[in-house]
Design a protein around this ligand. Structure first.
Ligand SMILES: *Cc1c(COP(=O)(O)O)cnc(C)c1O
Length: 222
C-alpha cells in the first residue's frame, strides 16, 4: 500500500476541499500511521480504547485522536485526558459519563451525537425520539464538561447511492434544524461527521464536514 499516494488521490477527489479527513487506522500497524503522519495527516480515528492507548504514546505529540466507534462507558476515563473528539456518543448515559470524567480532570471534552440514520438495526445511535427526550431533559441542561460540536451518522451498507444520499441528507436536515433551535450554550453545532471509504463523495455533496476514511487509505482490514 502506498499510503501517501492513496492520500493524494483521495484528497484530490474531494467534492469539498475544506472537508476534514480523519484517517481511520484501526487494526493497522504503527508503521502505517507514521506513513500517513509523514504525508501530513494529523487526525486519526480508532474504535478501540485499548488500541488508542497502545498507539498514542508512540506517535508525535501533535497527533489528534478521534474515537469513532461504539464506546463503553467504563472505558471513557482512559481516553478522557487526550481524546480530540468522541464521534460515537450513542446514548445519554454515555454522554453523562463523558461529562463526569471531564469534570474529574477539569477538561471540557468535545463530542458528536451519533444519530441512527441507516436501515440496519445493528448500527448504533439515537433515534429522533431519544434525541428529543435527551435535549428536553433537565439533566442535559446541567452538563458542564462536554461540548457538543455536531452530529455523526453512518449510512446503510448498500450499493444504492440514492439510499445513502437520502440518509445523509436527513442528517444534514436535522443538523440545520437543531442549529435553529435554542439549546444550552455547550451545544455549538459546527461539524457533521459522515462518509467513509465507500460513500465519502456523496457525504460531502450532502454537507459533511468530516469524513472518516480507512480502507481507501490503508487497504482492507483482515
Ligand atoms: C471503520 C470505520 C470507518 C472507516 O471505514 P472504511 O470503510 O474503511 O473507510 C469509519 N467510521 C467508523 C465508525 C468505522 O468504524
Amino acid at each position: 500500500m502506498d499510503i501517501k499516494a492513496n492520500l493524494e488521490v483521495i484528497k484530490k477527489s474531494f467534492p469539498n476541499q475544506d472537508c476534514k479527513l480523519i484517517a481511520v487506522s484501526k487494526t493497522k500497524p504503527l508503521s502505517d500511521l507514521k506513513a500517513a503522519y509523514e504525508a501530513g495527516i494529523r487526525d486519526f480515528g480508532e474504535n478501540k480504547v485499548q488500541e488508542i492507548l497502545a498507539k498514542q504514546p508512540e506517535m508525535p505529540a501533535d497527533t489528534r485522536w478521534h474515537m469513532i466507534g461504539h464506546l463503553q462507558s467504563n472505558k471513557v476515563k482512559h481516553i478522557a485526558p487526550f481524546v480530540q473528539l468522541i464521534h460515537g456518543v450513542d446514548s445519554f448515559k454515555l454522554l453523562q459519563e463523558i461529562n463526569k470524567q471531564g469534570k474529574k480532570i477539569d477538561r471540557i471534552i468535545p463530542v458528536l451525537i451519533q444519530m441512527h440514520i441507516a436501515e440496519e438495526e445493528s448500527k448504533f445511535g439515537f433515534d429522533r425520539a431519544e434525541l428529543e427526550e435527551m435535549l428536553s431533559s433537565k439533566e442535559f441542561a446541567e452538563l458542564t464538561h462536554v461540548k457538543v460540536i455536531g452530529l455523526m451518522g453512518m449510512a446503510t451498507f448498500t450499493e444504492n447511492a440514492d439510499q445513502i444520499r437520502k440518509e445523509f441528507r436527513g442528517l444534514k436536515q436535522l443538523f440545520e434544524e437543531l442549529k435553529g433551535r435554542k439549546l444550552p450554550d455547550f451545544v455549538d453545532l459546527k461539524e457533521i461527521s459522515m462518509g467513509m471509504s465507500g460513500d465519502y463523495k456523496i457525504a460531502q455533496e450532502e454537507g459533511s464536514t468530516m469524513v472518516r476514511i480507512g480502507s481507501a487509505i490503508f487497504g482492507s482490514r483482515s
